[in-house]
Design a protein around this ligand. Structure first.
Ligand SMILES: NC(=O)c1ccc[n+]([C@@H]2O[C@H](COP(=O)([O-])OP(=O)(O)OC[C@H]3O[C@@H](n4cnc5c(N)ncnc54)[C@H](OP(=O)(O)O)[C@@H]3O)[C@@H](O)[C@H]2O)c1
Length: 299
Protein backbone atom coordinates (compact mmCIF):
# COMPACT_ATOMS: atom_id res chain seq x y z
CA UNK A 1 0.00 0.00 0.00
CA UNK A 2 0.94 3.67 -0.31
CA UNK A 3 -0.47 6.93 1.01
CA UNK A 4 -3.43 6.84 -1.39
CA UNK A 5 -4.55 3.26 -1.41
CA UNK A 6 -3.79 -0.42 -1.38
CA UNK A 7 -3.92 -3.54 -3.53
CA UNK A 8 -4.37 -7.14 -2.57
CA UNK A 9 -4.20 -10.62 -4.03
CA UNK A 10 -4.42 -13.54 -1.65
CA UNK A 11 -2.58 -15.76 -4.12
CA UNK A 12 0.31 -13.27 -4.39
CA UNK A 13 0.75 -9.91 -6.08
CA UNK A 14 2.57 -9.56 -9.38
CA UNK A 15 5.28 -7.20 -8.15
CA UNK A 16 6.42 -6.08 -11.62
CA UNK A 17 2.87 -5.12 -12.42
CA UNK A 18 2.40 -3.37 -9.05
CA UNK A 19 5.52 -1.29 -9.73
CA UNK A 20 4.34 -0.40 -13.22
CA UNK A 21 0.95 0.64 -11.86
CA UNK A 22 2.61 2.77 -9.16
CA UNK A 23 4.83 4.44 -11.75
CA UNK A 24 1.98 5.14 -14.12
CA UNK A 25 -0.75 6.26 -11.71
CA UNK A 26 1.22 7.30 -8.62
CA UNK A 27 -0.68 4.80 -6.48
CA UNK A 28 -1.06 1.02 -6.27
CA UNK A 29 -4.82 1.34 -5.85
CA UNK A 30 -5.10 1.09 -9.67
CA UNK A 31 -3.74 -2.49 -9.55
CA UNK A 32 -6.15 -4.48 -11.75
CA UNK A 33 -9.03 -6.11 -9.97
CA UNK A 34 -8.05 -5.66 -6.37
CA UNK A 35 -6.94 -2.06 -5.82
CA UNK A 36 -8.71 -0.17 -3.07
CA UNK A 37 -8.83 3.50 -2.28
CA UNK A 38 -9.14 3.18 1.45
CA UNK A 39 -6.02 3.68 3.53
CA UNK A 40 -7.14 2.33 6.89
CA UNK A 41 -3.90 0.50 7.44
CA UNK A 42 -4.66 -1.04 10.87
CA UNK A 43 -7.83 -2.57 9.44
CA UNK A 44 -5.99 -3.92 6.41
CA UNK A 45 -3.33 -5.42 8.68
CA UNK A 46 -5.84 -7.16 10.92
CA UNK A 47 -8.00 -8.41 8.03
CA UNK A 48 -5.25 -9.94 5.86
CA UNK A 49 -3.64 -13.24 6.66
CA UNK A 50 -0.06 -12.19 5.96
CA UNK A 51 2.48 -13.62 8.41
CA UNK A 52 4.72 -10.56 8.20
CA UNK A 53 4.25 -6.82 7.69
CA UNK A 54 6.94 -4.62 6.14
CA UNK A 55 6.58 -1.07 7.47
CA UNK A 56 8.35 1.66 5.49
CA UNK A 57 6.33 4.84 5.97
CA UNK A 58 8.36 8.04 6.51
CA UNK A 59 10.24 8.44 9.82
CA UNK A 60 8.40 10.82 12.14
CA UNK A 61 10.33 11.72 15.30
CA UNK A 62 7.51 13.71 16.91
CA UNK A 63 4.62 11.25 17.13
CA UNK A 64 6.08 8.18 15.39
CA UNK A 65 2.96 8.02 13.21
CA UNK A 66 1.69 6.47 11.06
CA UNK A 67 4.39 3.83 11.59
CA UNK A 68 3.86 3.45 15.33
CA UNK A 69 0.17 2.51 14.97
CA UNK A 70 1.01 0.18 12.06
CA UNK A 71 3.67 -1.66 14.05
CA UNK A 72 1.54 -1.92 17.20
CA UNK A 73 -1.40 -3.24 15.19
CA UNK A 74 0.79 -5.77 13.40
CA UNK A 75 2.44 -7.09 16.55
CA UNK A 76 -0.90 -7.26 18.38
CA UNK A 77 -2.33 -9.23 15.45
CA UNK A 78 0.66 -11.63 15.76
CA UNK A 79 2.31 -10.52 12.51
CA UNK A 80 6.10 -10.41 12.39
CA UNK A 81 7.26 -6.88 11.58
CA UNK A 82 10.21 -5.76 9.47
CA UNK A 83 10.67 -2.01 9.45
CA UNK A 84 13.03 0.59 8.02
CA UNK A 85 11.20 3.32 9.93
CA UNK A 86 13.24 4.85 12.77
CA UNK A 87 10.50 7.07 14.25
CA UNK A 88 8.49 4.45 16.16
CA UNK A 89 11.68 2.81 17.48
CA UNK A 90 13.24 6.11 18.55
CA UNK A 91 10.15 6.96 20.58
CA UNK A 92 8.87 3.62 21.84
CA UNK A 93 11.37 0.84 21.25
CA UNK A 94 11.20 -0.72 24.75
CA UNK A 95 7.39 -0.98 24.59
CA UNK A 96 7.44 -2.37 21.04
CA UNK A 97 10.03 -5.02 21.91
CA UNK A 98 7.94 -6.00 24.91
CA UNK A 99 4.78 -6.24 22.79
CA UNK A 100 6.58 -8.44 20.24
CA UNK A 101 7.84 -10.72 22.98
CA UNK A 102 4.37 -10.84 24.57
CA UNK A 103 2.65 -11.88 21.33
CA UNK A 104 5.45 -14.24 20.33
CA UNK A 105 6.48 -12.59 17.06
CA UNK A 106 9.60 -10.88 15.77
CA UNK A 107 10.27 -7.16 15.37
CA UNK A 108 13.23 -6.64 13.01
CA UNK A 109 14.82 -3.36 11.95
CA UNK A 110 18.23 -3.98 10.32
CA UNK A 111 17.59 -1.24 7.74
CA UNK A 112 17.13 1.47 10.37
CA UNK A 113 20.86 1.59 11.19
CA UNK A 114 23.22 1.75 8.22
CA UNK A 115 20.60 0.72 5.63
CA UNK A 116 22.33 -2.27 3.97
CA UNK A 117 25.55 -2.10 6.03
CA UNK A 118 24.98 -4.69 8.77
CA UNK A 119 25.94 -2.70 11.87
CA UNK A 120 23.29 -4.36 14.04
CA UNK A 121 24.00 -7.85 12.71
CA UNK A 122 27.72 -7.36 13.32
CA UNK A 123 26.98 -6.83 17.00
CA UNK A 124 24.38 -9.54 17.44
CA UNK A 125 25.70 -12.22 15.08
CA UNK A 126 29.47 -11.73 14.91
CA UNK A 127 30.12 -10.71 18.50
CA UNK A 128 27.77 -12.94 20.52
CA UNK A 129 29.12 -13.66 23.98
CA UNK A 130 31.50 -10.72 23.73
CA UNK A 131 30.99 -7.83 26.13
CA UNK A 132 30.37 -4.64 24.15
CA UNK A 133 31.47 -1.76 26.36
CA UNK A 134 30.43 1.07 24.07
CA UNK A 135 30.14 2.30 20.51
CA UNK A 136 30.93 5.48 18.65
CA UNK A 137 30.74 6.55 15.06
CA UNK A 138 29.17 8.32 12.12
CA UNK A 139 25.63 7.18 11.44
CA UNK A 140 24.38 9.86 9.06
CA UNK A 141 25.72 10.25 5.52
CA UNK A 142 24.16 13.66 4.87
CA UNK A 143 25.95 15.40 7.71
CA UNK A 144 29.19 13.58 6.95
CA UNK A 145 29.01 14.75 3.33
CA UNK A 146 28.39 18.37 4.38
CA UNK A 147 31.23 18.38 6.95
CA UNK A 148 33.58 16.72 4.46
CA UNK A 149 32.82 19.32 1.79
CA UNK A 150 33.22 22.18 4.29
CA UNK A 151 36.65 20.77 5.01
CA UNK A 152 37.94 19.55 1.64
CA UNK A 153 36.13 22.08 -0.55
CA UNK A 154 36.41 25.04 1.86
CA UNK A 155 32.65 25.55 1.48
CA UNK A 156 30.34 27.36 3.87
CA UNK A 157 27.72 25.27 5.67
CA UNK A 158 24.99 26.63 3.36
CA UNK A 159 26.91 25.94 0.12
CA UNK A 160 27.79 22.42 1.27
CA UNK A 161 24.13 21.79 2.12
CA UNK A 162 22.95 23.01 -1.30
CA UNK A 163 25.57 20.80 -3.00
CA UNK A 164 24.45 17.80 -0.91
CA UNK A 165 20.85 18.43 -1.95
CA UNK A 166 21.80 18.74 -5.63
CA UNK A 167 23.69 15.44 -5.48
CA UNK A 168 20.83 13.67 -3.70
CA UNK A 169 22.70 13.18 -0.40
CA UNK A 170 20.37 15.53 1.49
CA UNK A 171 16.58 15.65 1.40
CA UNK A 172 14.65 18.81 0.52
CA UNK A 173 13.87 19.11 4.22
CA UNK A 174 17.08 17.93 5.86
CA UNK A 175 16.18 19.13 9.39
CA UNK A 176 16.17 15.68 11.02
CA UNK A 177 19.66 14.97 9.68
CA UNK A 178 21.17 18.39 10.45
CA UNK A 179 19.72 18.59 13.96
CA UNK A 180 21.13 15.17 14.81
CA UNK A 181 17.74 13.47 15.26
CA UNK A 182 18.43 10.80 12.64
CA UNK A 183 21.73 9.88 14.34
CA UNK A 184 20.05 9.98 17.75
CA UNK A 185 17.32 7.57 16.61
CA UNK A 186 20.01 5.12 15.49
CA UNK A 187 21.82 5.48 18.82
CA UNK A 188 18.55 4.65 20.62
CA UNK A 189 18.09 1.55 18.44
CA UNK A 190 21.66 0.35 19.10
CA UNK A 191 21.29 1.09 22.83
CA UNK A 192 18.13 -0.99 23.11
CA UNK A 193 19.21 -3.82 20.83
CA UNK A 194 22.92 -4.18 21.46
CA UNK A 195 23.49 -2.82 24.97
CA UNK A 196 19.97 -3.59 26.30
CA UNK A 197 19.61 -0.05 27.58
CA UNK A 198 15.91 0.70 27.53
CA UNK A 199 16.06 4.36 26.45
CA UNK A 200 14.10 6.61 24.10
CA UNK A 201 15.18 9.61 22.04
CA UNK A 202 13.81 12.09 24.59
CA UNK A 203 16.50 11.03 27.06
CA UNK A 204 19.42 11.93 24.76
CA UNK A 205 21.41 15.12 24.67
CA UNK A 206 21.51 16.01 20.95
CA UNK A 207 23.51 18.71 19.19
CA UNK A 208 23.37 18.98 15.41
CA UNK A 209 25.78 20.50 12.91
CA UNK A 210 23.86 23.67 11.96
CA UNK A 211 26.24 25.91 13.89
CA UNK A 212 29.50 24.45 12.62
CA UNK A 213 31.60 27.21 11.09
CA UNK A 214 34.51 27.02 8.61
CA UNK A 215 36.62 28.39 11.48
CA UNK A 216 35.89 25.36 13.64
CA UNK A 217 36.57 23.04 10.70
CA UNK A 218 39.96 24.71 10.14
CA UNK A 219 40.90 24.58 13.80
CA UNK A 220 40.23 20.83 13.86
CA UNK A 221 42.29 20.36 10.69
CA UNK A 222 45.25 22.20 12.24
CA UNK A 223 45.21 19.82 15.19
CA UNK A 224 45.23 16.73 12.91
CA UNK A 225 41.53 15.99 13.27
CA UNK A 226 38.19 16.37 11.48
CA UNK A 227 34.84 17.57 12.80
CA UNK A 228 32.31 14.74 12.58
CA UNK A 229 28.80 14.28 13.93
CA UNK A 230 29.40 11.47 16.38
CA UNK A 231 26.88 9.22 18.06
CA UNK A 232 28.31 7.77 21.23
CA UNK A 233 27.13 5.17 23.74
CA UNK A 234 28.78 3.96 26.89
CA UNK A 235 27.36 1.90 29.75
CA UNK A 236 26.10 5.11 31.35
CA UNK A 237 25.87 7.76 28.62
CA UNK A 238 24.31 8.38 25.23
CA UNK A 239 25.07 11.47 23.16
CA UNK A 240 25.03 12.95 19.68
CA UNK A 241 27.25 15.94 18.97
CA UNK A 242 29.94 17.28 16.64
CA UNK A 243 33.34 16.08 17.87
CA UNK A 244 36.95 16.49 16.78
CA UNK A 245 37.90 13.02 15.53
CA UNK A 246 41.63 12.23 15.11
CA UNK A 247 42.60 11.12 11.61
CA UNK A 248 43.85 7.77 12.93
CA UNK A 249 40.46 6.88 14.40
CA UNK A 250 39.00 4.36 11.89
CA UNK A 251 35.59 6.05 12.08
CA UNK A 252 37.09 9.23 10.57
CA UNK A 253 35.69 8.42 7.10
CA UNK A 254 35.01 10.95 4.33
CA UNK A 255 32.05 11.76 2.08
CA UNK A 256 28.68 10.20 2.76
CA UNK A 257 30.10 7.04 4.36
CA UNK A 258 29.00 5.73 7.75
CA UNK A 259 31.38 4.06 10.21
CA UNK A 260 30.77 2.49 13.60
CA UNK A 261 33.29 1.21 16.14
CA UNK A 262 32.33 -1.32 18.80
CA UNK A 263 34.60 -1.31 21.85
CA UNK A 264 34.69 -4.82 23.25
CA UNK A 265 36.21 -6.32 26.39
CA UNK A 266 38.26 -9.07 24.71
CA UNK A 267 38.57 -8.29 20.98
CA UNK A 268 39.35 -4.58 21.29
CA UNK A 269 37.77 -2.16 18.83
CA UNK A 270 35.90 -3.60 15.84
CA UNK A 271 34.92 -1.10 13.13
CA UNK A 272 32.56 -1.48 10.21
CA UNK A 273 32.44 1.07 7.37
CA UNK A 274 29.81 1.30 4.64
CA UNK A 275 27.09 3.24 2.91
CA UNK A 276 24.33 4.24 5.30
CA UNK A 277 21.47 4.96 2.92
CA UNK A 278 19.97 4.17 -0.45
CA UNK A 279 16.85 2.44 -1.71
CA UNK A 280 18.48 -0.80 -2.83
CA UNK A 281 20.65 -1.00 0.29
CA UNK A 282 17.57 -0.55 2.48
CA UNK A 283 15.62 -3.16 0.53
CA UNK A 284 18.54 -5.57 0.91
CA UNK A 285 18.39 -5.22 4.71
CA UNK A 286 14.62 -5.77 4.69
CA UNK A 287 15.05 -9.00 2.72
CA UNK A 288 17.78 -10.08 5.16
CA UNK A 289 15.35 -9.64 8.06
CA UNK A 290 12.61 -11.56 6.25
CA UNK A 291 14.99 -14.43 5.50
CA UNK A 292 16.03 -14.46 9.16
CA UNK A 293 12.44 -14.62 10.35
CA UNK A 294 11.68 -17.34 7.85
CA UNK A 295 14.60 -19.47 8.97
CA UNK A 296 13.60 -19.04 12.61
CA UNK A 297 9.89 -19.70 12.20
CA UNK A 298 9.66 -21.67 8.94
CA UNK A 299 6.64 -19.58 7.90
N1 LIG B 1 15.84 5.50 1.56
C1 LIG B 1 16.82 5.29 2.44
O1 LIG B 1 18.00 5.45 2.16
C2 LIG B 1 16.50 4.79 3.82
C3 LIG B 1 17.51 4.19 4.61
C4 LIG B 1 17.18 3.70 5.87
C5 LIG B 1 15.90 3.87 6.36
N2 LIG B 1 14.95 4.49 5.58
C6 LIG B 1 13.60 4.65 6.12
O2 LIG B 1 12.71 3.85 5.35
C7 LIG B 1 11.44 4.48 5.28
C8 LIG B 1 11.08 4.64 3.80
O3 LIG B 1 12.05 5.44 3.18
P1 LIG B 1 11.86 5.94 1.68
O4 LIG B 1 13.12 6.63 1.31
O5 LIG B 1 11.37 4.80 0.83
O6 LIG B 1 10.70 7.02 1.90
P2 LIG B 1 9.63 7.55 0.86
O7 LIG B 1 10.21 7.52 -0.51
O8 LIG B 1 9.11 8.82 1.42
O9 LIG B 1 8.48 6.44 0.89
C9 LIG B 1 7.55 6.38 1.91
C10 LIG B 1 6.38 5.51 1.46
O10 LIG B 1 5.41 5.49 2.50
C11 LIG B 1 4.13 5.76 1.90
N3 LIG B 1 3.28 6.40 2.90
C12 LIG B 1 3.41 7.62 3.44
N4 LIG B 1 2.41 7.86 4.33
C13 LIG B 1 1.63 6.75 4.32
C14 LIG B 1 0.44 6.37 5.00
N5 LIG B 1 -0.15 7.17 5.86
N6 LIG B 1 -0.09 5.13 4.75
C15 LIG B 1 0.49 4.31 3.86
N7 LIG B 1 1.62 4.61 3.18
C16 LIG B 1 2.18 5.81 3.40
C17 LIG B 1 4.42 6.67 0.73
O11 LIG B 1 3.34 6.63 -0.18
P3 LIG B 1 3.31 7.53 -1.52
O12 LIG B 1 4.18 6.78 -2.51
O13 LIG B 1 1.88 7.52 -1.91
O14 LIG B 1 3.84 8.88 -1.14
C18 LIG B 1 5.71 6.04 0.18
O15 LIG B 1 5.40 4.94 -0.64
C19 LIG B 1 11.56 5.80 6.04
O16 LIG B 1 11.09 5.62 7.35
C20 LIG B 1 13.06 6.07 6.04
O17 LIG B 1 13.48 6.84 7.15
C21 LIG B 1 15.21 4.93 4.33
Amino acid sequence: MDSRGSCRDDSGLNLDLALKVKEKYGTVQKYPGSGERRTNTPQIISETEAEAVIETTPSNFESGEPGLANIKESLSAKRHVVTANKGPLALAMPALLELASHTGVQLRFSATVGAGTPFLDLASKCLPGEKILGIHGILNGTTNYILTRMDEGSLSFQSALVEAQKKGYAEKNPANDLRGLDTAAKIVIIANWVLKHRISINELKITGIENITPRRINAARKSGARIKLIGRLTETQASVKPEEVPLDDPVCVPGSLNALSFSTRHVGDVTLIGRGAGGEETASAIIRDLVDIRSEYSI
